[in-house]
Each structure stands twice: as C-alpha cells, then as structure tokens.
Design a protein around this ligand. Structure first.
Ligand SMILES: *[C@@H]1O[C@H](CO)[C@@H](O)[C@H](O)[C@H]1NC(C)=O
Ligand SMILES: *[C@@H]1O[C@H](CO)[C@@H](O)[C@H](O)[C@H]1NC(C)=O
Ligand SMILES: *[C@@H]1O[C@H](CO)[C@@H](O)[C@H](O)[C@H]1NC(C)=O
Length: 195
C-alpha cells in the first residue's frame, strides 16, 4: 500500500472532534466555570466564596478554562416538549395562552392523581426527549402499579418497590391534554438500551 498520505487530513479532522465529545457533560448541559477556577489534585476550586467541584462535576475546555456540568452540580429533569408546549393527541403542540398550564415536576403520583410536586426551581429543566429507540408512557390512573416517585436528584422510581424505572437521562416529563394536563413520564425502554 503506497498511498498513506490521503488519510492524514481525515485523522486530523476526527481527533479533535472525538476529544471534544469526551468533554460533554451529562445531558449535555454545562456553564462556564468562574474565571478564577484552579485545580488541586483533580478538584476544581472556583467561585466567590470558593467551592470545591469533584472531577465528575467539571470538564476542561480546549484552549483553556473549565465548564461546570449543570446536571452534576444540581439536579436535572427533562421536559419532553418545548417550553409552553405539551402533548395534545399524542404530539407535542403549542399550548393556548388561555390554558395557563404550568410545568411542575411531580414528586409522587398514584392512581388518584398527583399527590405532591416540587417547588419551581428545584430542578434545572432540560428540554427535549431522550434519544432511544423505543419509549413508553407511565399511567398510574390506568395501572396502579405505575404509581411513581421522582427523587430530589431526578431519578424515576416505582413507588411500591422503590425500584429504579429510569435514570435522569432516560425519561422526560410533560403534560398530557388527555389526562387533564397531568405531568407524566415518557420512559426509554431498557430492553432497547441494553442491547
Ligand atoms: C450530547 O452530545 C453528544 C456529543 O456531541 C451527542 O452525541 C449526543 O447525542 C448528545 N446527547 C443529547 C441527548 O443531545
Ligand atoms: C387552542 O385553541 C384553538 C381554538 O380555540 C383550538 O382549536 C385548539 O385545539 C387549542 N389548542 C390546545 C392545545 O388546546
Ligand atoms: C385512591 O382513592 C380511593 C377512593 O377515595 C381510596 O380508597 C384509595 O385508598 C386511594 N388510593 C391511594 C393510593 O391513596
């Protein structure tokens, strides 16, 4: 094989792209770290007053500096549809202003409805459905065993057993017009994710 040269430009383009992908934070959400940030033994110190961020909570940026991972320094939940949109007839649709449907993250939902919700601002809201081959909806009003809890850190648990239904990046929440705009989870099928 006498023609290795044509491959060089390809490698030069691919390598920086791969390095950048490695810097991505969970759920792809980050913010620049304060400028005075510095590292001591893999711990990033930043802010005023100074706070310590463990290795999982920051990424270094090409060309210098750091970003803090929003979903590591705090809790995140996904909202399936854009802000002021919800599921109408199975599809994300813009809501009429007159409807006044607020997006609140439920804490506990059982067969009788939403028992408790989190205060606005407890979670950072990430917009968009998780990427997975197949999803299903959780409907406690139809199936008692679908009763669910969302933890303070954004995990979706089955109420009765306490078993994990989904990690924070494996489901999204939204209002469903067919359920009187109740907030329900849409979950990635694990069978599909593990294969
Ligand atoms: C997050 O970013 C990575 C790398 O750019 C991309 O492959 C992935 O699809 C993104 N994930 C989501 C949920 O947008
Ligand atoms: C918004 O209002 C219009 C007109 O009243 C109606 O046809 C439409 O279905 C409403 N959309 C939603 C999401 O309720
Ligand atoms: C739901 O409501 C019914 C009727 O009021 C009640 O008997 C039942 O205990 C309730 N279920 C839960 C889980 O609270």
């Amino acid at each position: 094989m006498g023609r290795p040269l044509p491959w060089l430009p390809v490698l030069l383009v691919l390598l920086p792209a791969a390095a950048f992908a490695d810097e991505q934070c969970p759920m792809n959400v980050s913010r620049p770290a304060p400028e005075n940030a510095y590292l001591v033994d893999d711990v990033l110190w930043a802010g005023e007053p100074k706070k310590a961020y463990p290795a999982a909570a920051y990424r270094s940026v090409q060309g210098g500096g750091y970003v803090l991972c929003t979903c590591e320094t705090g809790a995140c939940v996904r909202k399936c549809c854009p802000q002021n949109w919800a599921y109408v007839e199975g599809k994300c649709s813009e809501l009429n202003a007159s409807l006044d449907v607020k997006f609140e993250v439920p804490e506990f939902v059982n067969e009788n409805g939403t028992v408790s919700t989190y205060e606005t601002g407890h979670f950072h809201i990430v917009y968009g459905k998780p990427k997975c081959a197949d999803k299903y909806r959780i409907m406690p009003s139809l199936r008692k065993t679908d009763s669910f809890r969302i933890t303070k850190t954004g995990w979706l648990l089955q109420d009765e057993s306490g078993a994990t239904i989904a990690r924070p990046d494996e489901f999204c929440l939204d209002s469903f017009s067919t359920e009187n705009f109740q907030k329900l989870p849409v979950v990635c099928s694990r069978e599909f994710m593990e294969n």
